[in-house]
Ligand binder design. Structure first.
Ligand SMILES: Cc1cc2nc3c(=O)[nH]c(=O)nc-3n(C[C@H](O)[C@H](O)[C@H](O)COP(=O)(O)OP(=O)(O)OC[C@H]3O[C@@H](n4cnc5c(N)ncnc54)[C@H](O)[C@@H]3O)c2cc1C
Length: 566
């Protein structure tokens, strides 16, 4: 479907955009030191889809006719490329297999409804034909919430949300907007910005993910300190189910029994199709700056960030990288070619030398970014408050230069994963949220658990972490890990990933702060929400979808568990 933008079928983002290390002189030595690998020059510009063979779709004629009757003949397709694009999300294991032409179970058909009535008709047709239906937003989830069960014998219909778009209503008096669930981040922000508003929701996957996907996975954007997680942002919604439509009006808050809104948020397609969402929106800030600080150690940095949260300084985001992540981001600095950049590089070297003379161990230092928004007066005042706290914890303020650079580069990092996969390196992330009292324990335990897993595999691996999304009671810890894949990449990946997830749960963290559950995290649900909690969820899904038609095997009772790989 030409009007709907999709990512490249074999990896992240747009064709023709790559991670490039040729202009980053410290990157290859960094990889050599931490992974023991000599990087090869990038070989893969694209993977020709025509080189693969996709089995024909065995879509039954009666179901095709019913889907066409529900929508239109040019919005029902069994095209091989469409089926492959819609057959997976963006988890590293899915991309590893897809990029090697190993597609797994594909949907038989992709359908593009344009209205709520069409969505309802598609759902009824699927139930009638005993077919499975899986809503598709941008395909960016990394929890395997789109992956299909290879043993599923019934036809599978991928329901692409890409035509259910638009800012349908903007209540400027209340700061509320009703927006089509299929709208991609950039389109949505552009439409709101043109009228002086913003949603303020910027996940790292912003460029390719949708509002409905954010709702269905309980997402969080990097500016959640100010704008809230998607669960705070969403005030109402429409959810189309095979048996009828649930309409939740936008209200600031309500006392109407258990919250249906909360129940649909994070439901990953298992309770119906979210077709539009009422969100709270904010006027565009007059001023926005990102300031960088360098802390001597991780514990100084965590204490400082906790103090900022306790002091309730209104920041837009606060983020600290631990020493490993700080070293990694320094390794991705571009070669200084202009005179201005050469002067800046020299100044940075001199600064590090100065810090060493003052007793800093520069291998331990941790970079932090804090974003401030508001009127000029607000921003200045908040900057002063944070600068005082940072200074009390031994930080050096680096100013707005590195902050602006971080802001510009923030949506480029995902391209690194494709580059690493091409080098046979599996690079992925695991994230949790925990009370402040558990943050340092979790940080340290995850490092130990990951190292044990690397040792078990006999591999040199790398792990790094940042803290972001501060709350009154705690924060999110986000780990990135990498290792060179061997003969059994799925088992190797499962070994490292399960070690990290188990360390979260054993040490007082949750399973995921914002990536959802899918099939990837489902095995830990009992440990996190208790056996009775899982029983309740299972009862809800079974009772509301007795034929198991709506994205089955996600959140609980995963059909493809990570444990199966071990
Ligand atoms: C590089 C990278 C960075 C990321 N960074 C972040 C981040 O910072 N914050 C964050 O929260 N997440 C992040 N993610 C994860 C991912 O982007 C989110 O889970 C996102 O919310 C998924 O949205 P999507 O539109 O791509 O949904 P999809 O991946 O298409 O679908 C995800 C799930 O939601 C269901 N679904 C989708 N749309 C609907 C709908 N309208 N109604 C019902 N169910 C629906 C699908 O069936 C599926 O179960 C990142 C992912 C990658 C690859």
């Amino acid at each position: 479907m030409k009007q709907v933008k999709h990512m490249k079928w074999w990896g992240w983002g747009e064709e023709g955009v790559f991670f490039n290390y040729a202009n980053k002189p410290a990157f290859a030595p960094f990889v050599k030191k931490h992974l023991g690998i000599d990087l090869r020059p990038r070989q893969v510009d694209t993977i020709p889809f025509d080189a693969s063979t996709v089995p024909d779709s065995p879509l039954p004629d009666a179901l095709r006719d019913a889907l066409v009757a529900a929508t239109a003949s040019d919005r029902v397709t069994t095209d091989a490329h469409e089926r492959v694009v819609h057959g997976h999300g963006s988890s590293v294991t899915e991309l590893l297999h897809v990029s090697r032409f190993d597609y797994g179970r594909l949907p038989e058909v992709v359908v593009y409804p344009e209205t709520d009535d069409e969505v309802a008709a598609v759902l009824r047709a699927c139930v009638e034909a005993d077919a499975v239906v899986v809503p598709f937003g941008g395909g960016t989830n990394i929890s395997r919430s789109l992956q299909l069960d290879p043993t599923e014998a019934r036809p599978i219909v991928s329901l692409d949300m890409g035509l259910l778009v638009g800012v349908h209503e903007l209540d400027t008096e209340s700061g509320l907007a009703r927006i089509g669930a299929g709208m991609l981040g950039p389109d949505l922000e552009e439409a709101l910005n043109a009228r002086g508003w913003t949603l303020g929701h910027f996940p790292d996957s912003f460029t390719h993910s949708t509002l409905g996907g954010w709702a269905a996975t309980r997402s969080s954007g990097m500016q959640s300190d100010k704008y809230g997680d998607i669960a705070d942002i969403i005030r109402g919604m429409t959810v189309v189910r095979p048996s009828g439509t649930v309409t939740l009006k936008p209200v600031p808050s309500e006392s109407t029994g258990p919250s249906l809104r909360e129940m649909f948020i994070g439901s990953e397609g298992r309770l119906g199709v979210i077709t539009d969402v009422w969100v709270r929106v904010h006027r565009l800030a007059e001023e926005r700056v990102v300031v960088a600080y360098m802390y001597p150690t991780w514990s100084d940095a965590v204490d400082a960030i906790h103090s900022i949260a306790e002091a309730e300084v209104p920041t837009t985001f606060v983020r600290i990288s631990d020493a490993h992540e700080t070293a990694f981001s320094l390794s991705t600095q571009k070669e200084a070619v202009t005179l201005k950049k050469k002067v800046e590089a020299k100044a940075q070297e001199q600064l590090w030398a100065f810090m060493r003379r003052r007793g800093w161990d520069t291998d331990q230092m941790c970079i932090s970014y804090v974003c401030f928004e508001g009127s000029k007066g607000d921003v200045d005042g908040r900057r002063r408050d944070v600068a005082l706290i940072a200074k009390r914890h031994g930080a050096l303020t680096l100013g707005t230069g590195p902050g602006a650079l971080y802001d510009q580069k923030k949506f480029d990092t995902p391209y690194l994963r494709d580059f690493l996969l091409e080098q046979d390196v599996m690079g992925d992330v695991s994230e949790t949220a925990a009370p402040w009292s558990r943050i340092n324990t979790i940080h340290d335990s995850v490092y130990v658990a990951a190292q044990d897993a690397f040792d078990k595999l006999g591999k040199q691996g790398f792990i790094m972490c940042h803290l972001s999304h501060s709350y009154h009671v705690g924060a999110c810890l986000y780990f990135t890990f990498a290792f060179q894949a061997g003969e059994e990449p799925d088992r190797e990946y499962a070994t490292v990933k399960t070690a990290i997830q188990q360390a979260f749960v054993d040490n007082g963290g949750t399973l995921s702060h914002h990536h959802g559950v899918g099939m990837e995290h489902a095995p830990w649900m009992e440990q996190v929400v208790s056996t009775e909690g899982v029983n309740l969820m299972r009862t809800l899904f079974n009772a509301t979808d007795p034929g198991n038609h709506l994205n089955p095997g996600k959140i609980v009772d995963a059909s493809l568990s990570l444990y199966d790989q071990l």
